[in-house]
Design a protein around this ligand. Structure first.
Ligand code: ATP
Ligand code: MG
Length: 287
């Protein structure tokens, strides 16, 4: 049974790798009126891929979909307006001009050997804290309803660490969660994507401390634990454990055995936080 599970996981993982290589957007730096933008536009075949990809996402129950061009531009603009108080512009060639944040993308930061493991854990905590702030904001969903924001693709590749002041900013809002999913499910799904995509870039011995950093960062110093989100995250860990899907493995390429270990570490961190009712110390594993 274990062998069959592992083989299935490897196959889905291979598909995930292929999926991760599919680029539906073009992104390039552009200077306009002495301001630097990350200009973003769908590729010409984007609509076709999005339509077929969304059928696949629906069938797998991923709970997310990629937005078609117009809806994506509306959502990205709405998020930047509400979260960053910035009005986005589109140029005459259809590039959406997104003001560039200065700093280092979390994925790149974690892959660099220039930073210590403690610094990496601090960065993860910051990204998780910033995700919880994002979740506390209400925006208009593509269907016109006001809902608490969730990212939809909250991986380490979509958050940037600024240096002064030290903060983490989320970008890339072209995926959206299904409106039918409740807020706690959507927020837990963002935490799942962050946790696994961070783990992809760290050695397994750090999984317990990374799980604690994610949970503690998200809960902050408050004694009031966001229990429903942590419960939804624990539920999602157990649910996906036996149902790997290639979208998740495209977001985060973690091997089968590492994934098992990580699932356990994350469940432990959730349990610890809920039992403690306040911040807990992270455990360090040395082997
Ligand atoms: N607002 C921003 N500030 C700084 N850098 C950004 C910003 N938006 C995008 N980038 C840079 O451009 C890259 C790709 O942008 P984005 O994630 O929005 O598009 P994408 O379609 O997911 O691209 P990819 O599939 O290549 O990651 C990011 O990894 C980041 O380096
Ligand atoms: Mg991205």
């Amino acid at each position: 049974m274990e062998l069959a599970d592992e083989l299935r996981y490897r196959l889905v993982s291979w598909l995930g790798n292929r999926l991760a290589g599919v680029k539906i957007n073009k992104v390039r730096r552009m200077d306009v009126n002495r301001r630097t933008y990350c200009a973003k536009r769908r590729r010409w075949f984007g609509s076709l891929l999005i339509a077929t990809g969304n059928i696949y996402l629906k069938r797998t129950g991923a709970g997310v979909r990629a937005l078609p061009n117009h809806q994506w531009q509306l959502r990205e603009s709405e998020v930047y307006r509400v979260v960053h108080d910035l009005e986005l512009m589109t140029d005459s060639s259809g590039w959406l001009l997104i003001p560039e944040f200065s700093g280092t993308v979390l994925a790149t930061y974690l892959e660099s050997e220039a930073h210590s493991e403690t610094e990496k854990l601090d960065a993860i905590r910051l990204a998780s804290l910033s995700l919880s702030s994002l979740h506390s904001i209400e925006v208009q969903s593509p269907d016109g309803q006001q809902r608490p924001l969730s990212h939809g693709d909250a991986t380490a590749q979509n958050v940037i660490l600024g240096t002064s002041p030290m903060k983490a900013s989320w970008f890339d809002f072209d995926m959206t969660h299904d409106n039918l999913r409740d807020t706690h499910w959507r927020h837990a799904d963002d935490l799942r994507a962050l946790t696994y995509s961070v783990a992809e870039r760290l050695r397994a011995a750090m999984f317990p401390s990374l799980s604690t950093a994610i949970v503690e960062g998200y809960c902050g110093a408050e004694r009031d634990v966001p229990t429903p989100v942590l419960d939804a995250l624990a539920e999602s860990v157990s649910y996906w454990q036996t149902r790997p899907i290639s979208f998740h493995l495209a977001q985060a390429r973690v091997g089968y055995r590492e994934r098992r270990f990580l699932d356990g570490a994350l469940l432990d961190a959730i349990r610890c936080r809920k039992n403690a009712g306040g911040p807990v110390q992270s455990r360090v594993v040395t082997s």
